[in-house]
Design a protein around this ligand. Sequence first.
Ligand code: FMN
Length: 299
Amino acid sequence: MSDIKKLLKKGCLTLAPLAGYSDVAFRRLCKDFGADLTVTEMVSVAGLNYRSKKTNILMQIAPNETPSCVQLFGRQPEQFERALTHPEVAKFDIIDVNMGCPVRKVFGHGEGSALMNDVPTAVAIVKALKKGDKPVTVKMRLGVNDKSGAVDFAKALEDAGADLITVHGRTREQLYSGEADWDEIRKIAAALTIPVIGNGDVDETNLNDRLDGVYGIALGRGAVANPQIFSGKRTLSRYEVILRHLEYGTEYYGERYVITSLRSFIPFYLKGIPDIKRIRNSAMLCRDRDSLLSVLDGV
Ligand SMILES: Cc1cc2nc3c(=O)[nH]c(=O)nc-3n(C[C@H](O)[C@H](O)[C@H](O)COP(=O)(O)O)c2cc1C
């Protein structure tokens, strides 16, 4: 059995990397509810050389984060190889490579989703990382403009030594619009021998159906809306989830930072409650823990 299959079993549910959301506090919360794998926000391999404070913050690991996984992005295989010896990277159990980010600045540098149009570089990055002793995974989309090369691209990554691939069922051009194409994800899963994790538009309503034909599922926005999705039941109220998030965030970043960061989560956390607009708007104005908790009392 490959190392990755020892770390992640069939049917696994992972937290997709989400810049601005999957910080150490949120990852710890998702692990509490049973996420099988959590992945950091994307970290620049070029930035690793500068040992910036921001990079170190991105690469904290929660005590319950086993296995741990860091997502790296970049373009130069040598920089990925050098990253293997970086002390912050060395702490992680798994290295994931971002080959799906559609953002213009990243794409324009030939990084993220641009690598799907540059098979030799994508392959060289995987091979460079495989010189280390950790499992190497890749997160890709279905293509840049069209999906016709998706299976071949994934196969090239498998041949290069990738241990697992997560596929977001959209092209770069689609960004986050339209529906994720799960037929195409399943086609890739069927063509590969390594595990393929499907990703895109999964929430409580379709989770079980989506597991068909893939090794596991990566949850992004569905997990932000409800981190308890990993446990399959809502045992805590929204208030209790937010309180725990606030406590973890305060521990890692301090109260001021987490109150600001929670502003991105609250519209997701409150989805589905009556009177959402009034509560959300009041919550957005809160500047400290006590006022936030009093606005959210009872949700
Ligand atoms: C705010 C935001 C930030 C994201 N950041 C990353 C990232 O850092 N790395 C990555 O591979 N994908 C990133 N993604 C893509 C998600 O991991 C995921 O592929 C996408 O949201 C579709 O899954 P979902 O429908 O479950 O959210 C991001 C998506 C969003 C909405």
